[in-house]
Design a protein around this ligand. Structure first.
Ligand code: ATP
Length: 200
């Protein structure tokens, strides 16, 4: 199975990109979705979180993500403990989804692709890149959150230069969506070829 890892900073256009590739028939494995699924009520990782951090739960029994974020944001050891609980399970879930994919190649989309071990699951790294001011403008328009909050998230993410240095392919997404789609269509052809060589 040939796997393309797709990443980029907040608001760079990862979802816009994967939506387009999905329309081309590519299976998209989404690390954000998987990280939510593994802490759903009834999942062992949620029980382990409650054992470690107390009942950080909402009334319906689901994880209170905001409360947990507040705990781990200010406590390095707590963050490491949370990662030790969730990361192996997320990794296994991503692996499972990748290996049940039946498209010619598979895209693993993750904001944290390059930070941890997820990059070891991919053969090729595609970065969606936009200038920081556009990241802020698009995220504020999408989420109606304060600009300062978006900037804080950007500071916590890998910096743009390091991300670009890790990329095999870069898609610049400062233009209209049509340009994003055209560039992705060209890359799609490349990935089909690479996948064929990889498998054959
Ligand atoms: P996050 O990391 O927060 O999940 P993301 O990288 O998935 O973000 P998107 O949600 O795809 O980013 O894009 C951010 C916003 O910018 C969305 O509202 C999207 O519709 C818009 N957008 C993406 N690309 C373009 C573009 N080329 N032109 C105009 N708007 C765009």
């Amino acid at each position: 199975m040939f796997v393309v890892g797709l990443t980029g900073g907040i608001g760079s256009g990862k979802t816009a990109a994967t939506d387009h590739l999905a329309r081309r028939g590519v299976t998209i494995v989404d690390a954000d979705l998987a990280s939510r699924a593994v802490v759903a009520p009834g999942e062992p990782a949620l029980d382990a979180i409650v054992d470690r951090f107390g009942a950080v739960l909402q009334d319906d029994g689901s994880l209170d993500r905001r409360a947990l974020r507040d705990i781990v944001f200010s406590d390095e050891q707590a963050r490491r403990d949370l990662e030790a609980i969730t990361h192996p399970t997320i990794g296994r879930e991503l692996y499972r989804q990748i290996h049940t994919s039946d498209s010619p190649y598979t895209v693993l989309v993750s904001p944290l692709l390059l930070e941890g071990s997820q990059k070891e699951m991919v053969h090729r790294i595609l970065v969606i890149d936009v200038p920081p001011e556009l990241q802020v403008a698009r995220t504020v328009a999408r989420d109606t959150v304060p600009e300062t909050q978006v900037q804080a998230i950007m500071r916590a993410q890998m910096d743009r230069e390091r991300r670009l240095a890790a990329a095999h392919d870069v898609v610049e997404n400062h233009g209209p969506l049509r340009h994003l789609h055209e560039r992705l269509d060209a890359l799609h052809e490349t990935y089909l070829e690479l996948a064929q060589r990889h498998g054959g």
